[in-house]
Ligand binder design. Structure first.
Ligand code: PHE
Length: 428
């Protein structure tokens, strides 16, 4: 279900827990993660093609494909997701995601010289405890469901937000940090949703000597500092824009806010943030402190800053895309290369109780990969017998070339077959 108009808003801001049907082995070798502050790959290197091999190196740890993709009911990670695990777009200095990361680093380095520790290679395979429990996500929160999150096994997930690293970094004594990484969420398919995207988390801890004498209580002090810092960041990225603060909800912060900016005649959500729940600080050795935290989605901002119309473009190795960006060039406008025609195919079926749109989209992506641009529900009815039919329109379009009728017909044929088989629905 697409919940936002622009790439990935925070699922944690959803208060309703019961909309969706439904709801991880310990990679101790991933922890403690080897994180180099601001480590970056040489930007001169040619971008890597998607991994064909079945062993990845993440944060200095070797991960085999069958560590992550298993034929087991507690595992819902498809091959297509495994192939994204080592890509690390955020560590390429000449990729829009890496350029934006560096632009945000620049803001914090200028305003708080040498203060913020930077992490951008923490292992994306984390425990349920790190991803959810440590940041107080309730046991029945929708984000924990198999429908929304990729589970490696019942105790291990692909992180669905960079907040998964807050607790450990606090425990390790960090008081100012930025964590950038790839995050994974099961979702529907359209131009702003992709099952892998990138987030940056920021945390700043204040000790009593800092707020004492300010005349403010610690929470108000942290909230004011948070708003000032993030307004500065938004101006650094977007220039003199109008901004507003919206009250929000996250399990890990209180109070919580979203920052919106007025950009191209629309209010746009830039990030989620708030004053860290005291319990997180207390559990991680910071009993006397307060802290603020924020999380922002890099694709969402990069799409706006660089005029990138489709989230799939971030993953293309087509030189007509890659050659348009270079290190340090924030906000260079992307010039679309010719747009190839879309081809639409509809399919109708009777759904069953366990049917979800995320599962459908996963099957379709498993077959058509990035050739699928959008999947939309165009008809939905329930007959007298109580059977519900859904009709989905699939838009196929390559960003790189024209697709032949034969190719699309083959894809659609496979989609129909697999949807029927894997989702147990009855085609009409
Ligand atoms: N982790 C939140 C999300 O992905 C964003 C966030 C981070 C909000 C830190 C508040 C504080 O939805």
């Amino acid at each position: 279900m697409a919940v936002v108009s622009s790439a990935h808003s925070a699922i944690f801001s959803k208060t309703s827990l019961f909309h969706h049907i439904n709801g991880f082995k310990r990679f101790s070798s991933c922890l403690p993660f080897s994180s180099s502050a601001a480590a970056s790959l040489s930007s001169k290197k040619k971008w890597r093609q998607p991994v064909a091999s079945s062993v990845l190196e993440l944060g200095g740890i070797k991960i085999a494909k069958d560590d992550v993709v298993r034929d087991d009911p507690t595992n819902n990670v498809p091959d297509t997701i495994f192939s994204k695990l080592g890509m690390q777009l955020h560590r390429r200095n000449d990729h829009p995601i890496g350029i934006l990361k560096n632009g945000i680093y620049e803001y914090f380095d200028t305003n708080y010289p040498t203060k913020f520790d930077k992490f951008d290679d923490l292992c994306p395979i984390v425990s349920v405890k790190q991803n959810f429990d440590d940041v107080l996500v309730p046991a029945d929160h929708v984000s924990r469901s198999y429908n929304d999150t990729y589970y490696v096994d019942s105790q291990t997930v692909l992180r669905c937000h960079t907040s998964a690293h807050q607790a450990e970094l606090l425990r390790r004594g960090h008081t100012h940090f930025l964590v950038t990484g790839d995050v994974y969420r099961r979702d529907s398919i359209d131009s702003t949703h992709y099952p892998v995207f990138h987030q940056m988390e920021g945390v700043r801890v204040f000790t009593p000597d800092i707020w004492e004498g300010s005349g403010l209580d610690p929470t108000s002090y942290a909230a004011e500092d948070l708003k000032k810092s993030l307004e500065g960041l938004a101006r650094h990225l977007f220039g003199a824009v109008e901004m507003r603060w919206i009250d929000a909800y996250f399990p890990f912060t209180n109070p919580s806010y979203e920052l919106e900016i007025y950009f191209k005649e629309k209010w746009m959500e830039v990030l989620g943030c708030g004053v860290m729940e005291q319990e997180i600080l207390k559990s991680n050795g910071r009993l006397d402190s307060v802290a603020w935290a924020f999380g922002l989605g890099l694709e969402r901002l990069a799409m706006v800053l660089f005029d990138i119309p489709d989230i799939r473009l971030f993953w293309t190795t087509d030189e007509r895309f890659t050659s348009q960006f270079s290190e340090g060039q924030m906000g260079v406008k992307f010039k679309p290369f010719s747009k190839y025609p879309p081809c639409y195919k509809d399919m109708s079926f009777w759904i069953n109780e366990s049917f979800t749109e995320n599962n459908l989209c996963e099957v379709i992506r498993g077959i058509a990969g990035d050739l699928v641009e959008e999947v939309s529900l165009i008809d939905n009815f329930t007959n007298k017998k109580g059977m519900t039919s859904h009709c989905y329109r699939i838009a196929y379009r390559s960003m790189e070339r024209s697709l032949t009728d034969e190719e699309i017909n083959n894809l659609q044929w496979n989609v129909r077959e697999q949807v029927q088989k894997k989702l147990n629905v009855v085609l009409r």
